[in-house]
Ligand binder design. Structure first.
Ligand code: MN
Length: 202
């Protein structure tokens, strides 16, 4: 079975014309064996942060309008979006006008993560089960974000929104505000504004 026939990615392919957009076709796999996460800052019709976690061969995805916080008292809305192919984690660039999600995308953070979701008896819950139950806790090893983050679903339907909350651990920091102080790509150093200039110059 080719990756483009992956049942989980049906919506991804349906929404896009990959001959017109430079976004990944999903034909390559990710370059190494670690479980990855990526956060893409995306200025489409509105600005948001696409938080993606590798799970079951795809990137499970949420759009976080305000972006992640390092302060455990912040609750950030996380709206589930369609699963993306793993190589989307390496994408940044400009999605052309007229295409789904048209606008600029930068890789705001990228790294690996570990599932640390536990049940009442302090035992690790398998990630797919945790996801289905609507509560997952992951330990991020990114360039900007580190430590525990919880995703908590508000409701039982597939469309229910989630909350993204920093766990109160040694990586929590109420004084940091990386969304505002570190706006650049961890890959290219470019910002959304740099990409906008490039686009307007064309
Ligand atoms: Mn997006």
């Amino acid at each position: 079975m080719s990756y483009s026939e992956n049942e989980k990615l049906k919506t991804y392919y349906k929404k896009r014309n990959l001959e017109l957009s430079p976004e990944p076709s999903g034909n390559n796999n990710k370059p190494n064996g670690n479980t990855i996460f990526v956060i893409q800052k995306h200025h489409a019709s509105s600005l948001h942060y696409d938080f993606r976690l590798e799970m079951e061969g795809v990137l499970k995805s949420w759009a976080v309008p305000k972006g992640p916080s390092t302060n455990p008292s912040d609750k950030r809305l996380a709206v589930p979006t369609e699963d993306h192919p793993l190589d989307y984690g390496n994408f940044e660039g400009i999605i052309p006008e007229g295409n789904y999600g048209a606008g600029e995308v930068i890789i705001w953070d990228q790294g690996t993560y570990k599932n640390i979701t536990k049940n009442k008896n302090d035992e690790i819950v398998e990630l797919d089960k945790a996801f289905k139950s609507g509560r997952i806790v992951v330990w991020l090893r990114g360039k900007k974000l580190q430590g525990g983050y919880a995703f908590i679903r508000m409701g039982d339907t597939e469309k229910a929104k989630w909350l993204l909350i920093k766990m109160n651990d040694e990586k929590a920091d109420v004084h940091k505000d990386p969304v505002n102080t570190e706006p650049e790509s961890v890959i290219s150093g470019q910002t959304i504004e740099d990409f906008k200039k490039e686009r307007n110059a064309k």
